[in-house]
Design a protein around this ligand. Structure first.
Ligand SMILES: *Cc1c(COP(=O)(O)O)cnc(C)c1O
Length: 399
C-alpha cells in the first residue's frame, strides 16, 4: 500500500486550509489579500477624511473573517462590524485591539455577559435593545455600556425611529446609562445613485445626529461611499466593495477581484449533435460537442440557477453561467447538479481542455457580479453561499 505523501515543505501555512487538501479538492477558492488591501485603500481615499471601517459579517462574506480582518488591521483599519455576537467572539480572537460592533443588536439579557467578556459593542436598534443594555450591570469606574445607536431613516429593518433616538439622547444625557460611541443609519438604495430615498435618508440622518453631539457618525455602506462627500460623515462601512463586488449599479467597477473560484475538470467527454446533457434533458447539443465535467455543483454554492441558457430556472437573466479556461469563456451546459457541472468547451478543440485543468467560475476573468447575475442573484449571495468543500488558500498579505 502506498502512502499518502506528506504536504510539500514549501506549501506554506495556507496549504490544506479547512482540512481540504488541494490535491484532492473538487474546487479551490483563492483569496487575494493584496487585492483586498488595495480595495481598502481605494475606499479609504474616496472617503477621506472619514475613516473606513471593515464589514466582516458572515465570515467576511465567505472569505474568512480572521484572515481578512488581520489584513485590514495591518492596512490601518481599526473598526469592524459583524452581524452576530458569535462572529464578534471569533473576530476578537484574531484582533485583540480592534473596535468590534455587533450590527444585529443586543440579543437579550443572556447575551450581555458575552459582549462584556469579549469587549463587543452592540448596535442598539430598538427600545428593547436600550432596556436590555441599560439593565446590564457594569463595573464601577469603567465606561458604562459602550455601544452604537442605529437610527432607521428609511430601511425599516433595524434602528430606532428618529423620534425614539431624540428621546433616548435626552434621557441618556441625564442618566449616562449608556455610552454611545457612534450614531449610524443604513441606506436602502445606495447602489442606485439617482434614487430619491438616498437624499431623504441623508436629511433625516443629519437632523437626528445633531442630538448626539461629540460622537462619530456613519451612514454609508460600499455604495454610499460613491454618492459623494455629504454621505461620508466620520466613518464609512464598506463590505462588498472590499471583496471586489461592484458597489454601484450601472457604473464601471473600480474594485479589484479578491476571490477566485475554480473547479477541477474530472472528465472530458464527447457528445453528438442532438444529444442532451444533464438532468431533465434540457441541455440539447446543436453540434458535436466536447464537454468538460467539473467537480463542483450547487452543494458548493455554484447555484443551480446558473444552468445553461434555455434551462427554465431563472427569469431575470436568460443567459446561464460561464466559466473561463485557457483564455476562453465557456458556457455551462445543461443543469448544474449537486456535485458536478458541465461546460461546453467545443470551441477550444478536441484537446483544448484536459482532466486536471481548472475552470474559473468567477474571479479575474468572470467577475463575481456577472456570475451572480447569471444565477439570478447578487455578488453578496454568491460569496456568502460558498460551500465547505473547496480548498481555500490565501495569497498576498503579510503571509
Ligand atoms: C452589511 C452592512 C454594511 C456593508 O454593506 P455593503 O453593501 O456590503 O458595503 C454596512 N452597514 C450595515 C448596517 C450592514 O448591514
Amino acid at each position: 500500500m502506498s502512502e499518502w505523501p506528506p504536504l510539500p515543505p514549501d506549501a506554506g501555512p495556507n496549504f490544506g486550509h479547512d482540512g481540504v487538501d488541494p490535491r484532492i479538492a473538487g474546487g479551490r477558492l483563492t483569496v487575494d489579500l493584496d487585492a483586498l488591501v488595495e480595495n481598502y485603500r481605494l475606499l479609504q481615499r474616496r472617503a477621506a477624511p472619514a475613516r473606513a471601517a471593515g464589514v466582516v459579517k458572515a465570515d467576511a462574506y465567505g472569505l474568512g473573517a480572521a484572515r481578512v480582518g488581520k489584513a485590514l488591521w495591518n492596512a490601518g483599519c481599526r473598526t469592524f462590524f459583524v452581524a452576530l455576537p458569535q462572529e464578534g467572539i471569533e473576530l476578537r480572537a484574531a484582533l485583540p485591539e480592534a473596535e468590534i460592533y455587533i450590527l444585529n443588536g443586543t440579543f437579550g439579557p443572556e447575551a450581555a455577559p458575552a459582549f462584556a467578556a469579549h469587549r463587543l459593542m452592540p448596535v442598539i436598534g430598538s427600545q428593547a435593545d436600550i432596556s436590555c443594555w441599560e439593565a446590564f450591570g457594569w463595573n464601577e469606574g469603567e465606561t458604562p455600556r459602550p455601544c452604537a445607536i442605529h437610527v432607521d431613516t428609511g430601511m425599516n429593518r433595524l434602528g430606532l425611529t428618529p423620534d425614539e433616538a431624540q428621546a433616548f439622547a435626552a434621557d441618556n444625557a441625564l442618566t449616562g446609562a449608556l455610552t454611545p460611541r457612534l450614531i449610524m443609519s443604513h441606506l436602502a438604495c445606495g447602489d442606485e445613485a439617482e434614487h430619491p430615498l438616498n437624499r431623504r435618508q441623508l436629511e433625516s440622518f443629519q437632523a437626528v445626529r445633531a442630538a448626539f453631539q461629540g460622537i462619530e457618525s456613519s451612514l454609508s455602506n460600499s455604495a454610499g461611499i460613491f454618492l459623494g462627500p455629504e454621505f461620508h460623515f466620520n466613518v464609512v462601512r464598506p463590505g462588498i466593495a472590499l471583496y471586489g463586488g461592484q458597489p454601484c449599479n450601472g457604473a464601471d467597477n473600480p474594485m479589484q477581484a479578491v476571490a477566485t473560484l475554480e473547479a477541477r475538470v474530472v472528465q472530458v467527454r464527447r457528445g453528438r449533435s442532438g444529444d442532451t446533457a444533464s438532468y431533465g434533458a434540457h441541455g440539447r447539443l446543436d453540434r458535436d460537442s466536447v464537454i468538460a465535467v467539473v467537480s463542483t455543483g450547487y452543494a458548493d454554492g455554484y447555484h443551480r440557477a446558473s444552468s445553461f441558457a434555455g434551462v427554465p430556472l431563472r427569469r431575470a437573466s436568460p443567459a446561464g453561467g460561464y466559466g473561463f479556461v485557457h483564455g476562453w469563456r465557456v458556457p455551462v451546459l445543461g443543469r448544474v447538479t449537486m456535485d458536478l457541472t458541465l461546460f461546453d468547451v467545443t470551441d477550444l478543440g478536441p484537446d483544448g481542455v484536459a482532466i486536471g485543468d481548472w475552470i474559473e467560475l468567477f474571479g479575474r476573468n468572470i467577475p463575481v457580479d456577472e456570475a451572480a447575475t447569471a444565477a439570478g442573484t447578487i455578488s453578496y449571495e454568491m460569496l456568502t453561499s460558498l460551500g465547505r468543500r473547496y480548498h481555500r488558500r490565501y495569497v498576498g498579505g503579510d503571509g
